[in-house]
Design a protein around this ligand. Structure first.
Ligand code: IPD
Ligand code: CA
Ligand code: CA
Ligand code: CA
Length: 273
């Protein structure tokens, strides 16, 4: 059965609650010296005990609240859905910032429909991203607009009104593998002279929310996984932006470009070239 307004509100509320709860955990229990628990694709692609604990909290809470729903989490969480909804979660987005105590990391929680293992075969219906250090909670549900909550204050989000790429502040990021980073920097080299400046904040989820809030004019990155972008994509589109991939394809691992339509069009022309 299609999701009605009440279902979407429920999913959005749960996304907000779980992101907030996991965010509280990673801040309140952050050890003074964060240890690397393991490395993944490269020696600098790290996972800490708190990434694992945050994902475990999200997994347990979803099991209690939404036992029929599926799960896809960065730290291995995986469960088939029998309801049609799959939660796609990044328990700490910006782990390197977390390691260094740079206050730009997030928890990202998204309720998605479709096959989350196939690029372009799923979309997000509700999602939340929290920066637990600043307390900023970004959230959206399909058709409901995108919002930023800070304590009691609720702000409707809109992407930037900038239309000129040359005057745009651009966000991007890099993967962990050395060869990929070299390729990514050659794309940056082609673009850096065409924009106002670039920012590499270190959390893809916060980058997308920054686009939704007009704090970045436009953003692109390649190599992102579903958990990095699932909530942020919806937050951008509900803030009036567009999100797309390479050569107009849906956003995915290959590429995500997000921002106001005219900037995305002009940036895509540079990247696709
Ligand atoms: C990373 C961050 C970073 C982006 C990387 C991601 P993680 O996620 O979002 O900003 O550039 O591509 O892998 O590993 O900190 O969850
Ligand atoms: Ca990671
Ligand atoms: Ca991530
Ligand atoms: Ca992560």
């Amino acid at each position: 059965p299609p999701l009605g307004p009440a279902d979407l509100s429920t999913l959005e509320r749960i996304a907000c609650e779980l992101a907030t709860e996991a965010g509280r955990l990673i801040v309140e229990e952050r050890p003074r010296h964060v240890d690397v628990a393991a490395t993944k694709s490269t020696g600098t692609d790290v996972v800490t005990v708190m990434d694992q604990r945050s994902e475990e909290l999200l997994r347990t809470r979803l099991e209690e609240l939404r036992p029929q729903d599926g799960l896809l989490g960065e730290e291995g969480g995986s469960k088939e859905s029998s309801s049609g909804i799959t939660w796609v979660v990044d328990p700490i987005d910006g782990t390197v910032n977390y390691l260094y105590d740079i206050p730009a990391y997030a928890v990202s929680v998204a309720a998605c429909v479709g096959d989350v293992s196939v690029a372009g075969a799923w979309h997000t219906v509700a999602g939340a991203v929290i920066n637990p250090v600043t307390g900023e909670l970004f959230h959206a549900r399909q058709g409901g607009g995108a919002f930023l909550r800070r304590g009691e204050e609720l702000t409707l989000l809109n992407v930037s009104g900038q239309r000129d790429l040359a005057l745009s502040l651009l966000g991007t990021g890099f993967g962990y593998a050395a060869q990929k980073r070299r390729e990514q920097i050659s794309v940056v080299a082609a673009i850096i002279g065409e924009v106002r400046d670039i920012r590499r904040i270190g959390s893809a989820a916060l980058d997308l929310c920054s686009v939704a809030a007009g704090r970045l004019d436009v953003y692109y990155e390649s190599g992102l996984n579903a958990w990095d972008q699932a909530a942020g994509q919806l937050i951008v589109t509900e803030a009036g932006g567009v999100v797309r991939g390479r050569h107009g394809a849906p956003a995915g691992k290959e590429l995500v470009i997000a921002g106001p339509d005219p900037l995305v069009t002009d940036l895509a022309a540079l990247i696709d070239a």
